[in-house]
Design a protein around this ligand. Structure first.
Ligand code: TRP
Ligand code: SF4
Length: 330
């Protein structure tokens, strides 16, 4: 195998089951990166607590679900380091030490901070932990000296924040301890939900990657097609149809044919949906099989996390020794 190109770090909050938007928008990208980079994939349970601190009971279950989703979709613990953030306490130590040199104003001006403060209602987010969210994220990334971070566009400001912090740190302590992590934007794929808005848990319009195969047809039937099409032979507009968007992702070789049939009214939406359901079943089948096997073997999940923790810790400890040393703590 060719030498790997560098270090990649990414994380997800354990907030529930992964859906097809997460799969096509992020996870499949991670799976591809595993062969080219030294990858660290982290279940960031402390980040989940920044907003769910009043309701911590679900976090354990969510950690397990997220790990199952990752593994069944092709994250491979033989190739990548897969671990739980709270298992590696160095994340907390680095967060603390970095907080000494992080100007408050940098945190206050991160765009996601103000947006989320306004959007998330019913929870008190005027907390120290929530303000420090991007700093904890920077600690995650820097601990492994990541060269690049694959994320969606919404996370770009956090990676930018990490780069600024790296420059400040390396400048203050006159040593290039950390590389500046690059933002690796996930290949942009708009995955529509059942209602044709973006697929998102907050819109309640998702299809989970773990959906049992027999439930797929009913879920696909709920999806919105071209509302202008009433009779079977009405000419349709595939561009406004979420079924079509999915065909585009799942079988790009067929999309021209489907678009033409739709536009000339030679295929009905029922048939088109049935075709999609069948394609989706076929696509998700190997993921489902792998998941079934893993669910029968709960010890394997714990073993994977234990193994990941050991590998992550080894790197994290080395970095912390360096950080303590330049900050005068040894
Ligand atoms: N903030 C990220 C999200 O909500 C999750 C995350 C935490 C992360 N730490 C990270 C992503 C480090 C990339 C790198 O999606
Ligand atoms: Fe959508 Fe297919 Fe119906 Fe056209 S025929 S509107 S692409 S479901």
């Amino acid at each position: 195998m060719a030498a790997k190109k560098g270090v990649i770090f990414s994380g997800m909050r354990p907030t529930g089951k992964l859906h097809l938007g997460n799969l096509f928008g992020a996870l499949e990208n991670w799976v591809r990166l595993q062969d080219e980079y030294h990858c660290f994939f982290c279940i960031v349970d402390w980040h989940a607590l920044t907003t769910a601190y009043e309701d911590p009971v679900t976090i354990q279950q969510n950690n397990r679900d997220l790990l199952l989703d990752w593994l069944s979709c092709g994250i491979d613990p033989e190739k990548s380091v897969v671990f739980l953030q709270s298992d590696v306490k160095e994340h907390a130590e680095l967060h603390l030490l970095l907080s000494m040199l992080t100007p408050l104003s940098w945190l206050e001006r991160v765009p996601t901070y103000k947006e989320q403060l306004q959007q998330i209602s019913g929870r008190n987010l005027a907390t120290y932990g929530f303000l420090g969210y991007p700093l904890l994220q920077a600690a995650d990334i820097l601990l492994y000296k990541a060269d690049a971070v694959p994320v969606g566009e919404d996370q770009a400001p956090h990676i930018e924040f990490s780069r600024e912090l790296v420059r400040r740190f390396n400048y203050l302590y006159e040593k290039k301890v950390f590389p500046e992590p690059a933002t690796l934007l996930n290949e942009y794929k708009l995955v529509p939900g059942l209602d044709n808005r973006k697929m998102s848990k907050s819109y309640d319009n998702v299809i989970e990657v773990s959906i049992p195969p027999e439930e797929i047809p009913a879920r696909v039937r709920m999806m919105i097609t071209d509302p202008g099409r009433i009779r079977r032979d009405d000419p349709g507009n595939p561009q406004v149809c979420s079924i079509y968007a999915f065909h585009h992702i799942l079988n790009p070789a067929e999309t021209k044919k489907i678009a033409a049939a739709c536009q000339e009214g030679s295929i009905g939406c029922v048939e088109c949906k049935n075709n999609l359901a069948a394609a989706l079943q076929k696509y998700l089948e190997p993921y489902y099989q792998r998941r079934q096997a893993l669910e029968k073997d709960p010890h394997r999940l714990q073993d994977i996390l234990d193994e990941g923790r050991k590998k992550a810790q080894e790197i994290a400890r080395g970095t912390m020794e360096e950080v303590r040393s330049v900050m005068g703590l040894t």
